[in-house]
Design a protein around this ligand. Structure first.
Ligand code: ADP
Ligand code: MG
Length: 401
């Protein structure tokens, strides 16, 4: 006997249709959205082919801009251009005043404990700013996939406490996204590599992004990833690499006014371009042409190594501490998952491999690995009846930081 199919207008009548869900990496520097289509998992590009959405929101005279469009204003209109908003999620006014004093936003006087940043279009909370980033990613997904979104898995750092997790959920709600679950970033990265279906044991996830370093020690036990320890440095990342290179450039030049904001920005930008190129090239030519003068020179890998070694050493000190907190011997780490754009730097890979004395997992693009794992998990959650698919357990045993 055939069942009669009843469909509301506009609703699909296909039975057992593959339901659409996405994974979202809501990052400090960059955010991404990924999905599983016909069994393949991919991050989704914008119409210009860019997969990474800079986590920057500009409140302009003619509306809100997000991503590269907003980034253009970070120097010319800094007070209305919100960067690194993730650092404020779930934080009270006191936390921000004490820990992030170098942020140059104007905070509004408010009765509530939730800080609000003054912009030309009114005060905004970190949740509202994050919601703009999420809305942009949702729009990208719906436009690319041409389908309604059933939900999303959004990733958060393993050390996020309840307030920070709740703030992330609230941002999703404002963006009209159904959160299937929040997933720890290191767990998502491990899932992307299929480690959840591999042998049980202890792994490390080394995540070096633009402004932050996170190390997580995870144990896979009966299909559940336990976070044994987390550590890192919330003010160490690729931006600091750029700064070291910029200082080196300045020392080579006789450019007069290196305190000028535009000159500084320009040199930092050249430094970043050179650094990223040296992941592929042996050496790179740098051309500086600013108000106070011009300079041409070459940066090669050996100089880069010298400049970056002290910074990478600092990340390894955090790794040593995390291993001690987890009560795990370095020799017990089976695999190290490399995450974050800055792990493309060869000096980082070499020193991390030497420290852990084991192979690094680098085959998945380190910017995309977290979103990839989140998408795999989202697909399982909305199509949970699929045969042979398992849910990833993800428990955090780390006391809230
Ligand atoms: P976050 O997790 O903080 O949002 P990402 O993982 O996107 O950050 O990392 C951004 C950082 O990665 C930036 O500092 C950027 O310069 C750096 N990066 C990107 N590509 C390369 C590369 N080829 N070599 C070195 N660093 C890179
Ligand atoms: Mg990241």
């Amino acid at each position: 006997m055939a069942l009669i199919q009843i469909a509301e207008p506009g609703e699909s009548t296909t039975a057992h249709q593959h339901r659409l869900a996405v994974g979202i990496d809501l990052g400090t520097t960059n955010s991404l959205v990924a999905s599983v289509r016909s069994g393949d998992v991919n991050t989704l590009p914008d119409p210009d082919g860019q997969h990474l959405l800079p986590s920057v929101v500009h409140y302009g005279e003619d509306g809100v801009a997000v991503g590269a469009k907003a980034q253009q204003f970070s120097i010319t209109d800094p007070l209305n251009t919100i960067v690194s908003v993730k650092r404020f999620m779930g934080r009270g006014i006191e936390d921000i005043a004490s820990k992030d004093a170098h942020y140059s936003y104007d905070f509004a006087e408010t009765e509530s404990t939730v800080p609000r940043i003054k912009t030309r279009t009114g005060d905004v909370s970190a949740i509202e700013v994050s919601a703009e980033i999420l809305k942009t990613l949702k729009r990208r997904a719906v436009e690319t996939l041409g389908d309604e979104l059933n939900g999303a898995v959004i990733t958060v750092p393993a050390y996020f406490d309840d307030a920070q997790r709740q703030a992330t959920k609230d941002a999703a709600k404002l963006a009209d996204i159904k959160v299937l679950r929040l997933l720890n970033e290191p767990t998502a990265a491990a899932v992307a590599y299929g480690l959840d279906t591999g042998n049980e044991g202890v792994i490390a996830v080394y995540d070096l992004g633009g402004g932050t370093f996170d190390i997580s020690i995870l144990r896979l036990n009966k299909g559940v990833f336990e976070v044994l320890a987390t550590g890192g440095d919330s003010s160490l990342g690729g931006d600091d690499f750029d700064y070291e290179i910029a200082q080196w450039i300045i020392a080579q030049t006789n450019i007069s006014d290196t305190d000028d904001a535009a000159t500084k920005r320009s040199i930092m930008q050249q430094a970043r371009i050179a650094k990223e190129a040296l992941a592929e090239a042996e050496s790179i030519e740098i051309n500086i042409d600013v108000e106070g003068g011009q300079w041409q020179g070459v940066l090669d890998r050996s100089v880069l190594k010298e400049l970056l070694t002290p910074l990478v050493k600092r990340t390894l000190m955090s790794c040593r501490r995390a291993l001690r907190d987890a009560d795990i011997d370095k020799a017990d780490i089976k695999e190290v998952v490399m995450v974050g754009g800055s792990t493309r730097t060869l000096q980082v890979r070499e020193m991390v491999a030497e420290f852990f004395e084991c192979e690094l997992l680098t085959s998945i693009d380190p910017d995309k690995v977290v979103a990839t794992g989140a998408a795999l998990q989202a697909d399982v959650l909305v199509n949970a009846t699929s045969v042979g698919m398992t849910l990833i357990g993800d428990v955090s045993l780390v006391p809230s930081a």
